[in-house]
Design a protein. Sequence first.
Lengths: 319, 142
Amino acid sequence: MAKLKVALYWAASCGGCEIAQLQIGDKLLKLVEAADIVFWPVAIDVKYKDVEAMPDKSIDVCLFNGAIRNSEQEHIAKMLREKSKIMIAYGSCAYGGGIPGLGNLFNRELIFQRAYVETPSTDNKEKVFPQTKFKVPEGELTLPEFYDTVKTLRQTVDVDYIVPGCPPEEKTTWLALEALIQGKLPPKGTVISHSIKAVCDDCPRKKGVKKIKKFYRTFEIIPEPEVCLLEQGLLCAGVATRGGCGAPCPQANMPCTGCYGPVEGVIDQGAHLLSAVTSVIDSNDPEEIQKIIDDIRDPAGTFYRYSLPDSLLRRARIK
Amino acid sequence: MNNFEPKIVGFCCNWCSYRGADLAGTARMKCSPNVRIIRVMCSGRVEPTFILKAFELGADGVLVLGCHPGDCHYVEGNYKTARRIPLLKKMLTQMGIEEDRLRLDWVSASEGDRFVAIVDEMTEKIRALGPFKKNSKEAKHG
């Protein structure tokens, strides 16, 4: 059997997905047995022009991580789509926008203002901002255009499969790779994970009646080790998040933050989570309800932590 | 702006507020025509997703009407709504959507006049706020 040709790319992401890909450990050897890696900016020296020179559909699989935040990322996403038979959105950023997707609460102007002027460690009296073009004696320098709105990979190109997670768990990554190596692929559009149910299904904590009088932030309490974290007033996103990860966070006393995306059939993870969280508030008195809700400082950032660009509203309106 | 007629999606529960709206109609009360009513079995059925979807599809405002507290046909469905809407409003504010574009209120089956008053008030509020444009210029790249 001819070896598979695999490309890996990072767009707006942190590099954690690359670590996750290496974390499959000795299974990497199995991967290398079955596949040749033709493009992987983090590890091998293949230039954009080399990829451009490849014939269309000559790459079997592209594992693309990161959101689309600038013109370079959009260009490479489109190029890799043309060159690849199968395009996989790997990790939360490619899937739902991820942490970079929270930039959609702002726009380019506000982000530049913050990053290049307001941050305490910045000294930029002339208010110099990145320019897409700049003339120097030696010629013209260029930078990719920074977009106002972060997009997911699916909003940019046609995507065949999704591997969720921030970063995807080793077993989730391997589930996808194994399917590729063996050629046993699920229907197009599948979110590849061991579960279609919520993280609660994986979570060994005891679940009882949920009645919350106060929400806590993680640093405010030390949770009981065996009781459901949401029951203890921690905003655990497990109720509205796809499982398959094995619930490592709740088992380490940290509430789920929602990185595997919505459960099967849900279109807006944040709205779903908001609904679940408010239903456990133990009060019928409007004033008390308001007081309990006041503890949730940043609902948009909490409920859409990994999925703001993929939500129904996609971004905040800036006046 | 003067010709702006707000489009408001009104979720009315089957047991109280929809009948209140019906009463307003059969009694031939005069009422702003801006609310498009969607009948649901209970205000508790109105998932936040429905409300976001309404905005996404171009609604200028969303009105959720249920039975008065204590009167819910399903005992406590409207209490769940009463917990849900304030947090949703808080989140909508972060998303740049004015709080007044979403309103939760209670209308009983006998309160046709109250239904009319709420609809008229909401319509004027939204008229003053202007049309809801989902995304401003920032959306040009997606």
